[in-house]
Design a protein around this ligand. Structure first.
Ligand code: M6R
Length: 586
């Protein structure tokens, strides 16, 4: 899991590569490096953040890399770019070369000297072995020998071109005038061009100053449309917020609104299925759990929700099911593996993703795009509420198509959904109140989140956000389960965050709040109901919404609570330790 970039043109390659790497940093940040052609290939790479690089050379052609270690610990020698024995060829790689041991042994027997512990280094030596004065030819021969996942860019000291290839790791091309770019993600070059081509698995790309050519692995030329990116680089920057995460939390009204608008025009949702299997990881999994409650409520059909890493290895099952994959990045390896399996099982497949042309879109039959814009903070926020918006819309449409709800209820639900951006705005104004609570809980060792029914996944999401960025131990529980064990952990002063919307579980939630309060817990109640104030130590009022939509407002409070707790503790909020934005390894 890494970010790669390549540039060829007339600008300072050093500047383009370093600025691009900074924007790719969310993909990994344990080491970084650049290689620039300038009377040979000059390389600067080291362990640590991009800022540590001391690039005192320049040119107009180069490649760069920001790394999240998989093979080989984060050390200078394992940082990319990696070279062949003579330093004439340099490569950057994102992914895993599964047959690297076999290739390494063969190459070592032929005399190649390996300097790193990475799987990627075999690519440079393979190219060296196959090179006969033409990088392009060597690249085509090399690519056929690789097994695994990769986005690769390669350069040669004596040639003015970049060769790149994609297999199960993202790669996009930026088209300029007398300059071209290749990168793992669009923001890396968006300040220079908004004309992009999204590469598909099994494609090779040749970039020179004046042209970009796409081929399949057999060398056949492929036509590819150039798309215009509508969002600007400002969208991908912090716009004055202290962290991307905070900016992204505040972008939620727009993210939900734009997602809904794109869906309102879709009339291709007439699917035949009698069961839904939702598969995802992390925050997307929590969106899937909310989806289960919505679909069971509105469609009265069974919905199973799986962690992708579990679904991948379950026995094959015959089912008239819709398999729905939720992944904001569209690149999560576990989710892609699960989608592949669902296709093999013959299930109808659909994905919800935020990234145009991401890998998941090649694995499924139908795609619903969320329109949250790029999410840079490792902690998912706006993509989560945008995923929820898609799930609600999908379920409401299905309920109408199947005659499960009449026109009146349909309109009521759609109107309720349309108002969500405004309800989120009215929740965001509670920030100062939330900061006060964050100050208190930032001193605690454990935090519990409890809720029932459709808000139970929101309790899980609140706990995930809290542990992910504040590093405080946090657990989410269905409130009714407390008495079966977790209640033993509640003692004087332990914070319990309780979500209490006015739904059919409201009275039960009040009982659970009283239960933990009686054991001395410091209870923060999140509810639209004034009455809740009587039973809790602190009450955060949220806007009134129809209970089925309450996850939208509740999750915003929990995101802000986690954010401010982490900020008070001085954590690296956008880049929490040990994590990366898209997890492209199993
Ligand atoms: O890109 P995906 O939605 O597939 O990512 C899934 C998880 O890795 C992701 O949601 C992760 O849990 C987030 N860091 C949570 O904030």
């Amino acid at each position: 899991m890494c970010g790669i970039i390549g540039y060829i043109g007339f600008r300072s390659a050093r500047e383009v590569l370093l600025r691009g790497l900074k924007r790719l940093e969310y993909r990994g940040y344990d080491s970084a490096g650049v290689a620039i052609v300038n009377e040979g290939i000059k390389i600067e790479k080291r362990r640590g953040y991009i800022e540590k690089l001391k690039v005192n050379f320049d040119g107009t052609l180069g490649i760069g890399h920001t790394r999240w270690a998989t093979h080989g610990v984060p050390e200078d020698r394992n940082a990319h770019p990696l070279t062949d024995c003579h330093g004439k060829i340099a490569i950057v790689h994102n992914g895993i070369i599964e047959n690297h041991m076999e290739l390494k042994n063969e190459l070592a027997e032929k005399g190649h000297k390996f300097l790193s512990d990475t799987d990627s280094e075999v690519i440079a030596h393979l190219l060296e072995e196959l090179y006969e004065g033409d990088l392009k030819k060597a690249f085509f021969r090399m690519i056929k020998k690789l097994k695994g996942s990769f986005a690769i860019a390669a350069i040669h000291a004596d040639e003015r071109r970049i060769m790149a290839a994609k297999m199960e790791s993202p790669l996009v091309v930026g088209i300029g005038d007398h300059e071209n770019f290749i990168a793992s993600d669009i923001p890396a070059f968006l300040e220079y061009t908004n004309r992009v081509m999204v590469l598909k698995d099994g494609e090779i790309c040749e970039l020179t100053d004046d042209f970009v050519r796409i081929y399949d692995f057999e060398g056949n030329k492929r036509d590819k449309k150039v798309k215009k990116v509508e969002w600007s680089i400002e969208n991908a920057e912090k716009s004055g917020y202290e962290h991307f995460m905070l900016k992204e939390i505040f972008e939620q009204p727009r993210a939900v609104d734009e997602t809904l608008h794109s869906l309102f025009s879709r009339n291709d949702m007439n699917f035949d299925f009698s069961k839904v299997i939702i598969v995802a990881c992390g925050t997307s999994y929590h969106a899937g759990l909310v989806g289960k409650y919505i679909m069971e409520e509105l469609l009265h059909i069974p919905v199973e929700v799986y962690y992708a890493s579990e679904y991948r290895y379950r026995p094959n099952v015959r089912d008239n099911a819709l398999a729905l994959f939720i992944t904001q990045s569209g690149e999560t390896a576990d989710t892609l593996g699960a989608a592949k399996k669902a296709r093999e099982e013959g299930l109808l497949t659909m994905a919800i993703t935020n990234v145009l042309g991401s890998s998941i879109t090649n694995y499924v039959e139908y795609v619903l795009y969320t329109h949250a814009g790029p999410e840079i903070g490792v902690a998912a926020t706006k993509t989560f509420t945008a995923q929820l918006a898609s799930l609600y819309y999908f379920a409401i449409q299905q309920a109408k198509i199947r005659g499960m709800i009449g026109m009146r209820r349909y309109r009521e639900l759609i109107n309720g959904l349309r108002k969500i951006p405004y309800k989120i705005e009215n929740t965001l104004v509670r920030e100062r109140r939330i900061i006060k609570e964050a100050e208190k809980i930032s001193k605690k060792r454990d935090i519990f989140f409890i809720a029932r029914s459709i808000n139970y996944p929101i309790a899980l999401e609140g706990a995930l956000k809290m542990k992910e960025i504040s590093y405080i131990h946090a657990e989410g529980y269905p409130a009714g389960e407390l008495k079966h064990g977790p209640l033993a952990l509640i003692s004087s002063g332990v914070p319990v965050i309780a979500l209490a919307p006015l739904d059919r579980t409201y009275e039960k939630m009040l009982s659970n709040i009283k239960e933990v309060a009686a054991r001395g817990a410091y209870v923060i109640g999140i509810s639209s109901q004034d009455e809740v104030e009587k039973y809790v130590n602190s009450w955060i009022k949220v806007p009134d919404v129809e209970p089925i939509f309450s996850p939208f407002v509740n999750v915003v409070v929990l995101q802000l609570l986690a954010y401010h707790t982490a900020r008070i503790l001085g954590r690296e909020i956008d880049k929490p330790r040990n994590l990366a934005k898209s997890v492209t390894v199993e």
